[in-house]
Design a protein around this ligand. Structure first.
Ligand SMILES: [Zn+2]
Length: 324
């Protein structure tokens, strides 16, 4: 009896300290550190797709999202059991073709603190070294997608060509555009210079125009709004298709229910909204897979729709055995 009482008091103390840690971490904006597996694999025809976690970072959705009706964002979060501060996933994707290893986005590295920057360790968990990556396809030039390209002046993926749309590179590598940009957006230009200069110096930056495949079965798709030259990547193999959406959706629950809600990081929020609605309707109508950078890891699923609202059906529930 004495033993049981002691054990239960230890349990209670432990539980309380965990609860306090969670509260403190939400308050001071630091991320919780868990050791999740960091990868998730599926087959798409002849391609092997691996979602790679770069980690998670706390985001206050009330501050990140805008243009909702009064109280709408809070209500949607509550209805979906989300707290005010969401632990937001940062996902990248590895595509293994017959002879190439292609990374879609490069994670944040150390740009947003220690809870991110796990991409290369996630990659190593599936047996690959950064030197083996042949190409990195960037959806857009924000630090949580390009941060992992370099450490100082050193290239993280030294043998990879780095692809970005010409519109995106031209916009963010221009000092004239930086001058004209609103104050809170200027850091994106600094990030572009910092991370892309070593790539340019090594002769590894490849800019593309929309309309042509980059590799067989891999097509960049213009998806402006979040940034001017934002690119989706559509992959097809043996009649199966996945489209990687980058940051056209930044919240799992809020923007699926109301795609009119925009992000404070959108370059052109109206254009972002139009692109988002079009992408959601197309994916729901045609039934292909989507991969979303900031949807809960692995961020892969199908889109369902009742004609007004949309919903992500995560791969865990919608795979029908594909690639499991
Ligand atoms: Zn992002």
């Amino acid at each position: 009896m004495k033993f049981i009482k002691k054990a239960s008091s230890i349990y209670y103390t432990g539980f309380l300290s965990v609860a306090l840690t969670f509260t403190a971490s939400a308050q001071n904006g630091t991320s919780k550190q868990f050791n999740q597996p960091g990868y998730y694999q599926m087959a798409l025809g002849d391609l092997q797709i691996t979602a790679l976690s770069d980690g998670t970072t706390p985001q206050k959705l009330n501050e990140l999202l805008q243009d909702g009706k009064p109280g709408e964002i809070k209500q949607l979060m509550k209805a979906n059991f989300q707290s005010d501060t969401l632990e937001c996933s940062v996902n990248a994707y590895l595509v293994k073709t017959g002879d190439k290893l292609i990374l879609i986005d490069a994670g944040a590295a150390d740009a947003y603190g220690p809870a991110l920057g796990r991409l290369t360790s996630s990659l190593e968990k599936i047996g690959y070294k950064p030197e083996q990556i042949d190409a990195v396809l960037l959806t857009h030039i924000h630090m949580d997608h390009i941060g992992g390209l370099t450490k100082g002046s050193e290239l993280t993926f030294p043998n990879a060509d780095v692809y970005i749309s010409k519109i995106e590179a031209d916009y963010y590598l221009s000092s004239v555009n930086k001058e004209k940009a609103p104050k809170e957006m200027k850091r994106f230009f600094d990030g572009a210079t910092q991370k892309l200069s070593p790539i340019i110096k090594a002769g590894k930056l490849k800019t593309f125009e929309f309309g042509n495949e980059i590799f067989p079965g891999i097509m960049p798709v213009a998806s402006p709004g979040h940034t001017p030259g934002h690119s989706f990547y559509a992959l097809e193999s043996k009649g199966q298709k996945i489209v990687f959406w980058g940051d056209i959706m930044v919240s799992d629950v809020v923007q699926f229910a109301d795609p009119s809600i925009t992000s404070v990081y959108d370059y052109d929020r109206k254009e972002a909204m139009i692109t988002r609605k079009k992408a959601l309707a197309d994916a729901a109508a045609k039934g292909y897979w989507v991969g979303i950078s900031h949807s809960s890891f692995p961020g892969i699923g199908h889109i369902s729709s009742d004609g007004k609202k949309f919903k992500l059906i995560p791969i865990n529930y919608s795979s029908n055995g594909i690639g499991q």
